[in-house]
Design a protein around this ligand. Structure first.
Ligand SMILES: [Fe+2]
Ligand SMILES: [Fe+2]
Length: 245
């Protein structure tokens, strides 16, 4: 398949999967997070934006050939933005009364699971598939759900099932699942960047996933990454819900 079509299909598959997965996993959060659970969620993202966002992007940048200066420049932008996201989540953790110092954060097994299955790859096609084209598609859908559950729950193919399953007798599920300032940060300072990052990953695949072997490799990585996302976010939601009490 030509690489342009391949890249578009792969990202579209991530979107379809993310829509279904995020609703199922994060739909377990039925009321706005307001205490320890929200702080822990912010602290985990302080770490993930740095360890996964910055480190994996830097690895990809270093592995791309000299001819790809345009892609390297895009990835440099992404590194700066991922560091900004890490600081935004640190600031939210502090404002909510938690510890926003990255050096104090003890990563959970779920955090490491996510890092490992994103960073371990050695080809730019694998790294871009794992990070931008799969992981960032999922977290963008998830951020949108936290900011405005209605928007995610009420569009898409699963809307009817969700309406009866989650929204029945549950007015709170219709409101933002995070506090107004966290919602504003996500909406204005994080989500728009993530849309660009998904595009950067797609451009890497368009240029480099040019053979059948490389495309098969990317599809395998996508499956591995989805499995890691399930484990990691399953544990994170469990932890958040247990801390909210
Ligand atoms: Fe990010
Ligand atoms: Fe990103």
């Amino acid at each position: 398949m030509n690489s342009r079509q391949f890249a578009r299909d792969l990202v579209r598959h991530s979107h379809e999967w993310a829509q279904q997965y995020v609703v199922q996993e994060y739909g377990r959060i039925r009321a706005s997070l307001r205490s320890e659970g929200l702080i822990e969620w912010c602290r985990s993202f302080m770490w993930r934006e740095y360890m996964v966002g910055v480190h994996v992007t830097a690895k990809t940048l270093a592995l791309l050939p000299d001819a790809d200066q345009d892609l390297k420049l895009m990835l440099t932008t992404q590194i700066v933005e991922e560091w900004k996201h890490s600081q935004i989540f640190a600031e939210r953790a502090r404002a909510l009364g938690g510890d926003g110092d990255l050096k104090h954060y003890a990563p959970t097994p779920g955090d490491w699971e996510l890092y490992h299955w994103t960073y371990r790859w050695t080809h730019p096609v694998e790294l871009a598939t794992a990070l931008q084209c799969t992981g960032e598609v999922m977290i963008t859908t998830m951020f949108r759900l936290l900011v405005d559950p209605r928007r995610v729950l009420l569009d898409g193919e699963t809307a009817e099932a969700i309406r009866s399953q989650i929204l029945r007798d549950d007015d709170q599920a219709l409101q933002s699942l995070v506090d107004p300032e966290t919602a504003r940060s996500l909406r204005e300072e994080v989500i728009p960047d993530e849309g660009q990052h998904i595009r950067f990953g797609r451009l890497i695949l368009e240029r480099h996933a040019t053979t059948d072997a490389l495309q098969q490799m990317a599809l395998r990585v996508q499956q591995e990454k989805m499995a890691a996302l399930r484990t990691s976010h399953g544990q994170l939601v469990d932890r958040v819900l247990s801390l909210e009490g």
